[in-house]
Write a protein that binds this ligand. Structure first.
Ligand code: NAP
Ligand code: MG
Length: 492
């Protein structure tokens, strides 16, 4: 661990409200663990109703104050400054993300920090490009009058952003960047397991001169801090990424006050491998699609559908790749599979594995000795599964995959769509007809052809069915942070 990281971990850690770190409303300390060793590396206080109240008041004051009068070009500049400052702080941010989440330092640098910088720069550009439309109207009252009609886009207001632990910094930025570009103010609640990168982000935001109250960060468990935040009447919009169950609960409650909400939820994404796919792609399929970030990716390929004629061969190759992946700490650049985020989550994932075996599924890889101390699960593939099994229907959110054969594309699509989820899917084929047909027929918010798990700031992202409501990234993300006001002007 670097000296800088050790110094940061020592704290003190406090919520960031109205441009300053504050003890006001701080409750019991929550321990943050290093998943590679199980050791407690920091303690972060939990904030309840009083802390949430202070954050909402600060966000509201900023929204109605100087932030609302700031020129879009100046908001753009601030977002660009924030991106540059995050980039400059990247080594420490990435180290903190690996320490709190367990993930590979390479992924923390490349996608955690690198992605955050890219998304901020992308959305900075949108701050100056928000536009409404003008409309021809046929209004006939009073007779002989003329009308001009147009829409004005306005920030939706105070945004509560609730994010999970799998990409702690990036998930926060995916919400903060478009929200600030649109002129909203934000209260971010990171997951209890991973609050450190968010608190470092707060220091950076203060350093670049983000006006007080524009970004507030408040820590604690979902059941306490998250529940108080989402129930607060001063919140205009909730943007949530996490499990379908919590998302549904938040959505139901939000309707009581008509608080706007968008939800990015779970998935059980299929990877369809056709017999005509390029050979030798198993390392990419496994490394990028199935086991990236230990499978703790909402779009992770957790159902493998393989054409019968190549089923045995492909499965053997994938199992070989899985069993050859090196397990180790995220700080070890050679380790390809790192610990899961927590002991609780590791136990949950192992529970899925045990129940799959008990239900008669065959584990074809992953039974091996694990490094001591950390929360490891070896990459695991199940064969001999049937559609109704838990391992085929429920999201594991770990390095665990269920494989099934199919005979033709129609069957593959039927199996792929046999899920309450619809976040993503991929098809691997050289046949353009199959690729286009599947792209249409798959009920999923993202369909990849010959790839899996790739995202882009300009490409909309979100779920069909129970995988969510709304879209992030690209122009589509702006809708989540803007209200549309229609202005009709009568003139003579
Ligand atoms: P989770 O339990 O749903 O938690 C997500 C966030 O919601 C955390 O910050 C959590 O706080 C908070 N939360 C929990 N209960 C709450 C409540 N009653 N009110 C308000 N907030 C509450 O999910 P997780 O276990 O952290 O993450 C894994 C899940 O997230 C998986 O299902 C995965 O698919 C999904 N996910 C989806 C996407 C996507 O883009 N679609 C991306 C990543 C993850 P605490 O954890 O601090 O209690
Ligand atoms: Mg949680």
């Amino acid at each position: 661990m670097s000296e800088e990281a050790a110094r940061f971990l020592n704290g003190p850690h406090r919520a960031f409200i109205k441009g300053a770190f504050t003890d006001e409303g701080a409750g019991e300390a929550i321990a943050v663990h290093d998943p590679a060793t199980g050791r407690v590396i920091a303690e972060v206080p939990e904030y309840g109703a009083a802390g949430v109240e202070a954050a909402v008041v600060a966000a509201r004051a900023a929204l109605e104050g100087p932030w609302s009068r700031m020129r879009p070009a100046d908001r753009e500049k601030l977002l660009l400054d924030l991106a540059t400052a995050i980039e400059a702080d990247g080594a420490l941010l990435a180290e903190l993300e690996t320490l709190e989440n367990g993930k590979s330092i390479g992924i923390a640098r490349g996608l955690g920090v690198g992605g955050s910088v890219e998304w901020l720069r992308y959305f900075a550009g949108w701050a100056t490009k928000i536009e409404g439309s003008s409309y021809d109207t046929s209004i006939a009252v009073p007779p002989g009058s003329h009308h001009f009609s147009a829409t004005i886009k306005e920030p939706v207001g105070v945004v509560a952003a609730i994010v999970p632990w799998n990409f702690p910094l990036l998930m926060g930025i995916w919400k903060i960047a478009p929200a600030l570009a649109c002129g909203c103010t934000v209260i971010l609640k990171p997951a209890e397991e991973t609050p450190l990168t968010a608190l470092r982000l707060a220091e950076i935001a203060a350093r670049v001169g983000l006006p007080e109250g524009v970004l507030n960060i408040i820590t604690g468990r979902g059941s306490v801090t998250g529940a108080a935040l989402t129930a607060h009447p001063g919140v205009d919009k909730i943007t949530f990424t996490g499990s379908t169950e919590v998302g549904q609960m938040i959505g139901r409650k939000a309707l009581d006050t008509m608080t706007r909400f968008t939800l990015e939820l779970g998935g059980k994404s299929p990877m369809i491998i056709c017999a005509d796919a390029d050979q030798g792609q198993e390392p990419l399929m496994a490394g990028l699609g199935m086991f990236f970030n230990q499978g703790q990716v909402c779009t992770s390929a957790s159902r493998l559908l393989i054409e019968k004629s190549v089923y045995d061969r492909t499965l053997e190759a994938l199992a070989g790749v899985a069993d050859s992946m090196t397990l180790g700490s995220g700080l070890d650049p050679k380790a390809q599979i790192n610990p899961l985020v927590s002991a609780r989550h590791r136990n949950r994932v192992n529970g899925f594995i045990e129940r799959a075996e008990a239900a008669g599924a065959r584990r074809i890889c992953g039974a091996r000795t694990l490094p001591e101390g950390g929360y490891f699960v070896a990459p695991t593939i199940f064969d001999g599964v049937s559609s109704e099994m838990e391992i085929v229907q429920e999201e594991v959110f770990g390095p665990v995959v269920a494989a099934m054969p199919f005979t033709d594309l129609d069957e593959a699509i039927r199996l792929a769509n046999d899920s309450r989820y619809g976040l993503a899917a991929s098809i691997w084929t050289r046949d353009l007809n199959k690729a286009f047909h599947a792209s249409r027929a798959l009920k999923a918010g993202t369909v990849w052809v010959n790839s899996h798990n790739t995202v882009d700031a300009n490409a909309p992202f979100g779920g069909y069915k129970q995988s969510g409501i709304g879209r992030e990234h690209g122009r589509a993300a702006l809708d989540a942070y803007l209200e549309s006001k229609t202005v009709i002007i009568r003139y003579s």
